[in-house]
Design a protein around this ligand. Sequence first.
Ligand code: GLY
Ligand code: MN
Ligand code: MN
Length: 461
Amino acid sequence: MDHAQALNQRREETARAWAISRGAVLVPAGLMLPVAGTDQFHEFHPHPEHAYLAGASAPAGVLAFDPGAGWTLFAHVPGEDEVVWTGAGEPLEETAAKTGLDRVLPLAALGQWLERRRGEPIAIIGNRDLLTDPRGYGLASFDHLELDVDEELSALLSLSVSESRRAKAPDELEHMRLAAQASRRGHLAGMRLARAGITERQLQVEIEAEFFREGALRTAYSSLVGSGPNGAVLHFAPSPKPMRDGELVLVDAGAEWQQYASDVTRTYPVGQRFEGVHRDLYALVLQVQAEAIAGVRPGVEFKDLHLGAANTLAAGLVDLGILRGNPHDLVDRDVHALFFPHGLGHMLGLSTHDAGGCLAGRQPSDRFGLKWLRADLPLQPGYVVTIEPGVYFIRALLTDPARRAAFADAVAWERVDAMLDLGGIRIEDDVLVTDAGAGVLTAAIPKSIAEIEAIRREALA
Ligand code: GLY
Ligand code: MN
Ligand code: MN
């Protein structure tokens, strides 16, 4: 089956699942976001529901569905000035051939299409900027069309698409494997280049250059590079800070392939070896990750994997003399979350934080140790999740007087105070749920202490 056929099958299955008998569904891609005060725009990312159903990635596209007429893509056709400044874009016939859609019409025809549905119920999924910025889609206004936007139906249909997006089809997995391969090349380059005097920014640039040399067109998200204390900021944007011997550097960077993300974190020493407590903590995070990956299989609750990882981490921190008490009790009190305040991972696909969330009927938790768990559902074959435990020394959490009083018995604060500049360690891989358990898409990116130290020895020789 070629890509266009696969997209047609995906749309047919979606329409069957939606089972609507009247009205219409609109799936806007989203509009370009201007860079304030300039005549340029931020890089455009189509809404994943549009990318998934339309197979198109241009801004201002609207995929429309009507149970009688089927699917139509309304695509922006650039005017002369736009052609002069930013190019002619893809001809509509080419979009039709690539997407398998019979009807690809200029965006200017959307107004008439909507006029014909005046008074009918309309669901809007994808990017909802169509409602707030109809002019961007060539409509004078949305209100004058007197459409009955059904919010409840919109939420239901969006959830249905999210559920379909969770299990990846073979063509999607192929893109994710290629994304992982490009990420491997970038991370290997980073492991070879890092050394005292190189800045976080320099490391980022060289890692991303390798993604692009491999054929990736974009990074899946803004690369994060934090050395020394900066590694304790969960999403640290690379700075001009030079790395120093004795520090660790945390690199969270992933290539994107055909809009499919990879999401990979590696942490390594700026010198040749993991020394002292760095080594102990790295070994612990690696163990937590290995156990979590071993627990991945169909039917397992992601939240249980997260809590299992929290327990292993707490037990390890007790062994290292950083926490005190029974690991289960410590996790019940969320003490582990002082050092591991994010979730074990998230779904991955067309977005870095993909169609996860809670299973229908569940509510997100506001518990300190669970509020950043981005997926609360049982895993199924074909799902791709990240498994990314970490341990961090975050001053904002660890010097908070209220927390220090509440956990006076549970944390060896005098040890923690000596480690406040350590930064953070995270190890993140992309894991496919298979019938047999787990397949690690990013397994070829070195992470054992022996592998990393061998690379570092050679690089710094
Ligand atoms: N790269 C962002 C994350 O790991 O969630
Ligand atoms: Mn991640
Ligand atoms: Mn990441």
